[in-house]
Design a protein. Sequence first.
Length: 350
Amino acid sequence: MTDPIALKLSAGAARARPVAISNWLYSVAFLVFIMVVVGGITRLTESGLSITEWKPITGALPPLSEADWLSEFQKYQQIPEYLEISGPAGMTLADFKFIYFWEWVHRLLGRLIGVAFALPLLWFGVKRAIPSGYGWRLVALLALGGLQGTIGWWMVSSGLSERTDVSHFRLAVHLLTALVILGGLVWTALDLRQLARGNDRSARMTGLGFAVLVVLLIQLLFGAYTAGLNAGYVASSWPLMNEYFIPGGIDWASGIWTALNNDPYLIHFIHRWWAWVAVGFLVILARKVRSIDRRASVAIHIAFGSQILLGIATVMTGIDIYLAVLHQAVGALVVAATVWGVHLLGRPAR
């Protein structure tokens, strides 16, 4: 005869495993969020090229002596950014230590995220605690995280020989990959929460959900271009750009496609006004999910509302670094809130 108490304990343990894995994924997602914020600081302080070598293991330690610092500084002094910008501006060793700190923290966080994901994944795997169908997802997220490290160096290397800055295309790939990882972590954690509640079918992608994510992706892409090309500096007024709705100075000589991907005036203009297209789609999403979970609707509204205000304030202050960092941070929160809403739309009935 089956012991009902034993059955209850077994069912409780089965529910606890998905919840534990979900909590772990949320904690990794938080680390990725911090990584995105520090990445914004690294970009805005022009720190990204301060470490000119990629040493995945030994690079975890910063310079430990004055001789080590001078050696790192000398390496930096060989690249175009120093020769054409930092050197003529009178950079000192103390100045170099400041930018080196932010790039080192950014890379250290990447290593920490790798460890924080890989070791618990191994532990859950050994304990056979990973629910059926989730193993491949978790391994894929781990692989994507490893690829992100390679993308980061690929980005940095673009600014070490001929350019004084990194390629804005590579920066966009780096930032968007981080946000895809963040979204994947949140989506998987939400699926596991549903599994713990007895709903063993994962959420599906709906047509509206897909459309919202595509619209948001375009906005994030042009945000990355804006950062990579310093396009935020081309106009410090709003809603007009230098007294015009469509700014002067757009270079159409090489065609529309080239301008869309390279012209700072046009990119700033698109990022500024496509935001309202994204807002429209997010409002529709928030209204759709309000009857399912009002908290998600409120989170979406707060996230995009704050982001719009921060974007305007960032432009009107001539790219104040604190506002610009907050703008990137809230951008990541918009992604997380949107993924939550899209997940709610695609949840199957119990």
